[in-house]
Design a protein around this ligand. Structure first.
Ligand code: 5AD
Ligand code: SF4
Length: 445
């Protein structure tokens, strides 16, 4: 058994992967703060380090072990290390066996138990909790007290879709929607703490369902319409969506709710119907294209974002060309693209026709060239437009602030205003990853 240690005074939470992990990381930090721990200063040694991990692709999981190694101090000692997140859920036992410095392993549905685990770990025990309890962690977490100008709010978790490549249904569990009132309350708290934009999060966020304050069945569009009534909340976004859960009501909301930003992250994964079927996506390239026609009919300026996987088992060159054709016809404003990575326990990992690494590299390069071309074109097309930027941070130089346009582009603006300001700007230049803009003086913010 490792030696007992004095209870930790300072902590650091490092989150990898998706936005939901960022949200969970913030909630763990709040929980630790409530136990009397303080965040370790930038660059300083922390008594407790929480690695909030991602298991979606191989590289992400391997990173955990190198990170654990790097935490070792010069004198050979280590801080108290907790591994949280999806690698903890999927490989908890393996982590405990492979990394003796790890004292705690805690899954994404169990992190509200961190305080008690912490006292056991300080007493010298090594503790694992990867339960997926029926009671939700959300009820046990402290109320929100801190927020930046832009905040995340998890409304839905888990996934019942079982795409054949994906670990999420195994690491995050079955799909659950948080109750309406809990979400309205948390949003109100975030706005009180300074949030001007809230991004509703879920692995399948548009599958959110619940009952509204009057007990009527509601979907994500109903929740969005109600949140839009919060006076100080200026912007609402949501991600990640599944094409099959894009309801008529949600599409209509894009045309009607002014605070719902013109941005849609709607992964398609591939352009070939045979590959989509093998992925168990239960939509076709054609149905996705028709869906986007509908969205663009109500919101012509919508910025489309997506996820793509190249080199799914059995993908031929001709099938990959169908992905490129789909990209060409849709003009994505931005997108994420990945080489297929076999995940243990998923059906695709044992499928015939695994694709050679060089073929995947080549396809990824060609896909990313096309996506980058479209992203630059989208950014350049906004030059000369007037819009509002929500200021989220100070820039590198004095008198410069950073924020986001309605289309989720990063914008650098020469202006001396507070974080959280909705700044009226004119876009003056567009690069591959960001824009520059000038403040429109005299236009009320
Ligand atoms: N290999 C590669 N990419 C994957 N994704 C999910 N699982 C895998 C995998 N096994 C991608 C999908 C998904 C995004 C979050 O990660 O594109 O939408
Ligand atoms: Fe994974 Fe598919 Fe669920 Fe997305 S919809 S989390 S890709 S199983």
């Amino acid at each position: 058994m490792p030696p007992a240690t004095p209870p930790p005074q300072t902590y650091r939470v490092k989150s990898f992967g998706c936005q939901m992990n960022v949200y969970d990381g913030d909630r763990m930090a709040e929980l630790l703060a409530e136990q009397g721990l303080s965040p370790a200063a930038e660059g300083a040694d922390a008594d407790l380090v929480v690695l909030n991990t991602c298991h979606i692709r191989e590289k992400a999981a391997e990173k955990v072990y190198s990170d654990i190694g790097r935490l070792k101090r010069d004198d050979g000692s280590s801080p108290l290390i907790a591994v949280a997140g999806c690698v903890a859920q999927a490989e908890g036992e393996e982590i405990m066996a492979r990394a003796p410095a790890v004292r705690m392993v805690v899954g994404p549905q169990a992190y509200h138990r961190l305080p008690e685990m912490l006292s056991q770990a300080s007493a010298g025990k090594r503790v694992t909790n990867t339960d997926m309890p029926a009671e939700t962690k959300f009820d046990a977490l402290p109320k929100r007290r801190r927020s930046g100008a832009s905040a995340f709010l998890t409304v839905q978790e888990g996934c019942d879709k079982f795409c054949t490549y994906c670990v999420v249904p195994y690491t995050r569990g079955a799909e659950i929607s948080r109750p309406w009132q809990a979400l309205i309350d948390e949003a109100e708290r975030l706005v009180e703490a300074g949030a001007r934009e809230i991004t509703l999060l879920g692995q399948n966020v548009n599958a959110w369902s619940g009952k509204d304050a009057k007990g009527r069945a509601a979907g994500l569009d109903g929740l969005i319409r109600d949140l839009a009534k919060l006076p100080d909340l200026q912007r609402i976004r949501y991600m990640t969506s599944h094409p099959n859960d894009m309801t008529e009501g949600l599409i209509a909301a894009h045309g009607e709710v002014e605070k719902l930003m013109p941005f849609l992250h709607l992964p398609v994964q591939a352009g070939s119907d045979r590959v989509l079927k093998a992925m168990n996506r239960s939509h076709t390239a054609e149905s996705y294209l028709r869906l986007m026609d509908k969205v663009r009919a109500v919101r012509p300026d919508i910025a489309l974002s997506g996820d793509f996987i190249v080199g799914f088992p059995g993908e031929t060159e001709a099938e990959f060309a169908e992905t490129l054709a789909l990209v060409d016809s849709l003009a994505y404003a931005q997108a994420f693209s990945f080489k297929y990575s076999p995940r243990p326990g998923t059906p695709a990992a044992t499928m015939d026709g695994q694709i050679a690494a060089e073929v995947m590299d080549d396809r990824l390069q060609r896909l990313q060239d096309a996506l980058n071309r479209d992203q630059l074109a989208f950014n350049e097309a906004t030059v000369g437009k007037n819009c509002r930027v929500l200021v989220e941070r100070r820039g590198k130089f004095a008198g410069q602030v950073l924020g986001k346009t309605p289309w989720l582009q990063s914008a650098i603006v020469e202006a001396d205003v507070a974080i959280g300001t909705m700044l009226d700007v004119e876009i003056t230049a567009g690069g591959p990853k960001s824009l520059t803009a000038v403040e429109r003086i005299g236009v009320s913010a």
